[in-house]
Design a protein around this ligand. Structure first.
Ligand code: SF4
Length: 301
């Protein structure tokens, strides 16, 4: 069994999205944790499928990212991933994205400046499109802007999209859900006539599994290892102790091959169920996403 590793480079972000629940206390990985990550990758190379740089905004710690890649690229060749808000893209960053990364996620929403011209010029110059997905974040009252962003990117030839409505915020209203439904239908209808359009981010969205990705392990800025990246958010910090698996300094991924995660899954399910039942319009929001998820899964075979 191989694992996807998600590694927090920093809790800091240069944006301040209204829906963001990440605890942005401004901590970066230390030089020691950086070196521990390098050892961890080398020692566990047979058990790592992909290694994802995450934040906050991970490119605020690009010096750590480039150092880790320089030291481990022969071990994990072309199996790096990143999620970034695109604001810190540069020639140097894009050289690394082109050379070493298998998947790139550009998160865009309607609250922050997104420089289409600048980002598109990087994508073209460094041939990033085939491994690029846009995380199209849809927050309440911003559905029209999300549609506009999709149309601009689609017209520019971009074809990879994760559709990500913001979950567990009290701000959704009935009108927003109707707008979301129309937006989803519009995009899915296009995908029916354009087989090159790659849509993700649906899976099953019932309360049992919104926070889980299979075989994924999360490393925080201190090198502590958790069952899920949900521990980075305020809402889920209550589960931190229960989801902790150890520290990279002493960790052997092989020990997780036959590990029974049922307790961790149970804790997450209980809290998700509670939020699902108490946060306004969540049932309806999940229903919409489940409907399109099923549709998309059938379409993708
Ligand atoms: S870009 Fe991401 S991490 Fe930064 S504030 Fe927005 S949602 Fe939070």
């Amino acid at each position: 069994m191989k694992f996807q590793i998600i590694s927090h480079m920093t809790t800091l972000c240069n944006y301040d999205c209204s829906y963001c629940d990440v605890d942005k206390d401004g901590i970066f990985i230390s030089l020691k944790t950086r070196d521990d990550i390098i050892d961890f990758i080398k020692n566990n190379r047979n058990y790592i499928e992909r290694f994802k740089f995450f934040g906050g905004e991970p490119l605020l710690g690009f010096q750590h990212i480039s150092h880790i890649i320089d030291a481990t690229s022969m071990t994990l060749w072309n199996n790096f991933e990143i999620v970034t808000n695109t604001s810190l893209l540069s020639e140097k960053v894009c050289e690394y994205l082109e050379r070493y990364f298998s998947h790139i996620f550009f998160s865009i929403d309607s609250e922050n400046d997104f420089s289409f011209e600048r980002v598109l010029s990087f994508i073209q110059k460094y041939n990033l499109e085939t491994k690029l997905h846009f995380n199209l974040v849809i927050s309440p009252w911003k559905e029209e802007e999300a549609l506009e962003q999709f149309n601009i990117l689609y017209d520019e030839g971009m074809r990879g999209f994760n559709i990500l409505p913001v979950y567990f915020t009290q701000v959704w209203e009935k009108q927003n859900l109707e707008n979301l439904w129309k937006l989803m239908k519009y995009i899915l209808d296009i995908s029916l006539s354009d087989s090159t359009l790659r849509l993700y981010g649906f899976q099953e969205n019932s309360w049992e599994n919104t926070s889980l990705a299979n075989n994924t392990i999360f490393i925080d800025v201190y090198g502590d290892i958790y069952y899920s990246d949900i521990v980075t958010t305020f809402m889920w910090q209550i589960l931190k102790d229960k989801l902790k698996l150890g520290n990279i300094k002493y960790f052997d991924l092989q020990t997780l091959e036959h590990y029974d995660f049922s307790m961790q899954k149970k804790y997450i399910s209980l809290l998700e169920k509670k939020n699902y039942d108490t946060v306004k319009w969540q049932k309806q929001l999940h229903k919409i996403m489940d409907y399109f998820s099923e549709y998309l899964n059938k379409k993708n075979g």
